[in-house]
Design a protein around this ligand. Structure first.
Ligand code: NA7
Length: 534
């Protein structure tokens, strides 16, 4: 049976949309399969209150189209989810993408047919399709996980996971709302919910170091300046570690005077965005002593902002330094705890025992609630892959191959899985990036590879075992120096709600986007060194 398409893309988020556009440009027949009822991926699913960028909007949008850059106007420096979803739809309209996207179609399995040299995918509702290339654009944080707490299904009130938020408005007015989790999502949601809630109870297991976002509207003059300087903005992003506009300060925290140190910390705390994380002294994320200086500064800030010292103490992380877990950016998060109708339950003192029909029961009390918001995160990076039965030649399962941690070459291909291309896959720089910047690089690279194969009449590409081994070593070598690898978080593959996810595993690439890009370019310059073609 002949293949239905040249390429199948799973997912119509930021990466799937751009990949579709680029492959169309090569004249390929492409079909995108998307579980949601619309484009946007992360921005389609994460409709929870307060969801917004932590990247500057004008660094986040696609850079490849002058027309899109010219026509689209971000209204705020850090756009909220509804605006970002509108942006995704604007791009889909502009590029006429929808005619090649099948919506409401969740892929269950993808099997490589070695004899035909084709992938066959099957959706949950039994639809099937075949193509030579299979491109996963399934997102790094797209497999939501519910807490493994007894009784989760028994609660009689409203219950929502932030990553599966309803499309209809949800009201908190006059309600007793409980939020489980205090990660980046929860910090945004809690701050917004607190504005209208009757009574809010936050169930916190591990506090995080949160820093001010300082969002603001973009005025006309700034809008004009942004549009006139897009080229420079993107060039700057390309040069920084995580493709953010912020770049590490060339000085080391331990080499300057305490006053100079304080001055930079204070400046960064007052400035918008991730500067305090990505634009800090260059040793704070790799040297414990340097890290202790910014950690102490952040501790002071929490104490200053939270009136009740006992509550402040609970909000101060004690098991990790600043920036060693994903830093939530906030817009008045700490002040929420000064409201009389907000209380903080520290699960380290009183763990949750069960969810009951009426609310949440901890070891010392039962909290009656009208609504529970699960801000409990995702099965990060590999989770979306694990949820699809992906089988390469000889029927080998990707899930099995990655059972003890992912193995890839460049985070884009896997030995034993020919013609499978994994955008934003594990060990890919896009996992630690102002993501569209890395997505464009991923997609451009994949597109060039496919063009190369067509020119030369190759039908099959796969990395060599040696290339995969060397990449794994490189991922570990570059990651090891970072302090975050010594801390439990989703960035290290930890998820307390899933069996087997309690051991730290390298799943991201922390060598920095510029180095990653170099590695990708090196492979190309060497005639796609590390890959075998047929
Ligand atoms: P995160 O950062 O994984 O946060 C999940 C939160 O939920 C975190 O505070 C967890 O505490 C908490 N959690 C998870 N399971 C439980 C149980 N069983 N009991 C109590 N508390 C629990 O996910 P987010 O959605 O906030 O952010 C994900 C990324 O999305 C974010 O980094 C952005 O880049 C976008 P824990 O820390 O495990 O103790």
């Amino acid at each position: 049976m002949a293949a239905d398409y040249d390429a199948i893309i799973i997912g119509a988020g930021i990466s799937g949309m751009y990949q579709l556009h680029r492959l169309r440009g090569l004249g390929l027949a492409v079909r995108v399969f998307e579980a949601g009822n619309g484009v946007g991926g992360t921005w389609y699913w994460n409709r929870y209150p307060g969801a917004r960028f932590d990247s500057e909007s004008w660094t986040y949008g696609y850079s490849f189209s002058d027309e899109i850059l010219r026509e689209w106007e971000w209204s705020e420096h850090f756009a909220a989810q509804p605006e970002t979803l509108r942006y995704c739809n604007f791009v889909a309209d502009k590029l006429d993408l929808r005619r090649d996207i099948e919506f409401n179609c969740r892929i269950r399995a993808a099997i490589y047919d070695d004899a035909a040299g084709e992938w066959e995918i099957e959706s949950e509702d039994g639809r099937r399709a075949r193509a030579r290339f299979l491109i996963t654009a399934i997102g790094p944080l797209s497999a939501p996980t519910m807490p493994s707490i007894p009784g989760v299904g028994t609660f009689r009130g409203e219950a929502y996971h932030t990553g599966l938020w309803p499309h209809e408005p949800v009201s908190f007015e006059g309600k007793r709302v409980g939020v489980i989790g205090t990660g980046a999502t929860a910090v945004q949601a809690i701050t917004e919910i607190a504005k209208t809630v009757g009574q809010l109870t936050v169930f916190q297991r591990t506090p995080n170091w949160c820093a001010p976002l300082h969002n603001s509207p973009i005025d006309a003059a700034t809008q004009a300046r942004i549009k006139a300087t897009y080229a420079e903005i993107f060039t700057r992003c390309r040069g920084t570690f995580g493709c953010f506009i912020h770049d590490a300060d060339p000085r080391k925290a331990l080499e300057v005077s305490p006053e100079e140190r304080e001055a930079l910390f204070e400046k960064l705390y007052r400035e918008p965005g991730f500067g305090i994380w990505m634009g800090n002294f260059r040793d704070v994320l790799v040297n414990e002593e340097a890290n202790a200086t910014i950690t102490e500064f952040m501790r002071r800030k929490i104490r200053e902002r939270v009136k009740d010292p006992a509550v402040a103490a609970k909000l101060i992380p004690t098991n990790h330094g600043f920036g060693t877990r994903r830093v939530p950016l906030e817009s008045g998060y700490y002040e929420v705890y000064n409201q009389p109708n907000v209380r903080l339950v520290d699960l380290r003192d009183t763990p949750i025992e069960r969810i009951t029909p009426a609310g949440i029961k901890t070891s010392d009390a039962e909290y009656e609630l009208d609504m529970i918001v699960y801000a409990t995160g995702f099965d990060a990076i590999t989770g979306a892959f694990d949820r699809i039965d992906i089988r390469g030649w000889d029927g080998r399962r990707l899930r099995d191959k990655w059972a003890h941690g992912p193995r890839t070459f460049l985070g884009l291909q896997v030995e034993g899985f020919p013609n499978l291309l994994t955008l934003v896959g594990p060990h890919n720089a896009a996992t630690f990036c102002n993501i569209p910047r890395c997505i464009e690089q991923n997609v451009d690279w994949v597109t060039a590879l496919i063009a190369y194969m067509r020119e030369r009449g190759f039908s099959r590409v796969e990395p060599t075992p040696e290339a995969e081994r060397e990449w794994l070593e490189h991922v570990y070598d570059t990651g090891r120096r970072m302090l975050f690898t010594q801390v439990d978080s989703w960035m290290m593959g930890i998820n307390s709600n899933l069996p087997g996810k309690n051991k730290r595993t390298f799943i991201v690439y922390a060598g920095g986007a510029p180095r990653y890009r170099e590695k990708c370019e090196e492979a190309v310059a060497g005639g796609y060194a590390g890959f075998t073609f047929r």
